[in-house]
Design a protein around this ligand. Structure first.
Ligand SMILES: [Zn+2]
Length: 274
């Protein structure tokens, strides 16, 4: 039997407040930020709205790349600030919209994931933000570094450094480090049907036991079904909880055990010492 007693740790369990996060069909207007339950038509609509917002953000980002380029070649000059400052401002706005778009895009993919049957398609779809980030800075960089031979060297240097940093940062932020597949989400929902799971605001995993040792230092927990947890970017099951509840997971934390073989007990057998 798995051991999850925590009395050997000096840290005391913090008193927790648990916020229940309902799936969409029960959600009142005061909690619109939470993702709705998967497989409902509302879910698809919610994900679609987020994808549209992402695409609009990305179009704006590319437009600011073009503006930055026009400033660089001297076609645009706002006048009241230096050309270099204009250039940096446009590149920063470009970066901000790339990143905001990617957050909406990733969120949509966690609410309404795609199949991982075709690995390349799965990767490209999930990391569309990375692709867009390349389009938002690489053409500018190529122009500044290799095409324009007559530009002011200082401006050339600063512009290329700003764009290169934005490119690298943007790729890191836009990349989906915890992708969800349609198959993985369906398996998690089937395995944990009707069960509450718990998560913290900034964590990346969800837990089956609200007294899991990894939640000891968290005073604020959220509770909901597994689809809601995944929609809130808690894409993997906690390894300790998986072990304690005898659920098989793969290296990525995706549930692999069969739905019929598992049921969460009403009360976990071994409670942590108070
Ligand atoms: Zn846990």
């Amino acid at each position: 039997m798995a051991e999850n007693k925590t009395n050997e740790t000096p840290k005391k369990t913090v008193k927790k407040t648990i916020t229940k996060v309902e799936s969409a069909k029960n959600t009142s207007s005061e909690t619109p930020k939470y993702a709705p339950k998967a497989a409902s038509s509302e879910t698809a609509g919610n994900a679609k709205t987020k994808r549209i917002i992402a695409v609009v953000c990305w179009v704006i980002a590319i437009a600011f790349e073009v503006l930055a380029l026009l400033v660089f070649i001297g076609k645009i000059d706002l006048g009241f600030i230096s050309q270099l400052a204009q250039l940096i401002i446009f590149l920063v706005i470009d970066f901000i919209f790339v990143v905001i778009g990617a957050q909406f895009w990733k969120k949509a993919n966690h609410i309404d994931p795609v199949s991982e049957e075709n690995k390349l398609k799965f990767w490209l779809w999930n990391n569309m933000g990375v692709v867009v980030c390349c389009f938002a800075f690489i053409p500018f960089l190529i122009y500044v570094l290799f095409i324009d031979k007559e530009a002011d060297p200082k401006m050339k240097k600063v512009a290329s450094i700003v764009a290169a940093v934005a490119l690298v940062l943007g790729i890191g932020i836009s990349y989906d480090w915890n992708p969800v597949s349609a198959e993985g989400k369906a398996q998690a929902e089937a395995t944990l049907a009707g069960q509450s799971v718990y998560w913290t605001q900034f964590g990346t995993v969800y837990h089956l036991d609200q007294d899991c040792q990894h939640l000891n230092r968290s005073s604020e927990l959220f509770e909901g079904d597994v689809a809601t947890a995944i929609g809130n970017n808690k894409t993997r099951l906690c390894k300790t909880c998986a072990k304690n509840f005898s659920i098989e997971i793969d290296d990525n934390g995706a549930i692999t055990s069969l739905a019929s073989s598992f049921a969460v007990p009403e009360e976990p057998a071994d409670e942590p010492a108070a």
